[in-house]
Design a protein around this ligand. Sequence first.
Ligand code: HEM
Length: 405
Amino acid sequence: MATSVLDLDLPEVPLSDAGGDQRFIAPPALADDQWLMKGMFGYAVWRYEDATGILRDKRWHSASGKIPEIMGITDEAFLSRQGDSILSAEGEVHTRLRRLVAPAFSPRSADRLRPFMRQVINDLVDKVAATGRADFARDVCEPYPIPIICELLGAPKTDWQLFSRWANDILEIFSLDVVSKLDLIMRTQDELDEYTRGLIETRRNTPADDLLTELIAAEEAGDKLSTDELVMMVNAVIIGGTDTTRNQLGCAVALFADHPDQWKLLAEQPELAPRAVEESMRYFGAVRGTMRYASTDIVYRDVLFPAGTFIGIGLAEANRDHGVFREPAAFDITTQKSDQPQLTFGSGIHYCLGQALARAELQEALPLLAQRMPNLRLDGPTQWKPDGVGIFGPAHMPITFDPGH
Ligand code: HEM
């Protein structure tokens, strides 16, 4: 007979002792038999086995659609405006969406953009190479994903600035004071929707070699995405694909600034890029956790979680699990530490749809940066974004490097 989680005397999630400098967040050790804790909202698991166990169990549903509710938003107009996103869809609805859109997000589609990614990074470095100084977060991370998302969708270069503003405003959805930003978010979503509908119309008449054309054409057994679903997917790409990538790049470079030998190695051996990306994401992921809720009463490890129970999945902590990764507290891009993947892209049915694109963006950016910013080091304190809003990374990161490369 399973014990209800409500009857267990559980410890609180231990606080990290990282203090102000969050670069080295190493999760406090858990007792051998401790796998479940009380979290900020409901419960929390940190072990790799539980993180993957819950993320792969379809009875646990994505809590992303419930974030507004958790944040205390009651504005009806806002709640109804959010609609059904792929991030929060479940069951048949989710399976159908993933089946239809998956081919457009394949590694082959992402590979087409690699030369363009290199060009974007080179253009950004050109602006700061002569002085050997930059605010890496502002000068490189912020602008990097926007042209790529535009190119992916097939939006013209003249609209980059527009996309940048839309992405920033819509991403306020993750800010701690989201409640005061509802009008701005809704206004921006309306503008983007109108723009996307126009773009869809254009691509229907004049197909091109881009994601939107592929999504419009996506068809399986006579089934196609509706215009509303296409608009939702463009929204999901902007929300899922900009802030994540830019913050992951910032986290990775902060890490390399602290490991100059590995930065040099990456410049000399760019073929280490895929491993450098996986190891940076394992050691210092920009998405530090996600949430699920029990869609029904669930018994897991002999504990009953009543329907509606929230559970936080510590991706950053699972990525440091001693049972899965060899020497998890060491950052090393030269060895593979496990047969199991790092979890910063999640796991299970909601596993990051844009992972091939994100991996390509990071694999192209990091070795180029290592070559063009040799001897990179921090040039003052890094200002980190507030932790606890889902995506984490540097807001400002002053750096210096040898100029002229
Ligand atoms: C380093 C960059 C990225 C990281 C760390 C990341 C991380 C994640 C994670 C952890 C999830 C699963 C969330 C959950 O299970 O609750 C996810 C889902 C998703 N990501 Fe990413 N992501 C990145 C880049 C991208 C890019 C570039 C795109 C789009 C072009 C994208 C689009 C999506 C979408 C649409 C989903 C929802 C998939 C679904 O629910 O089926 N992501 N991402």
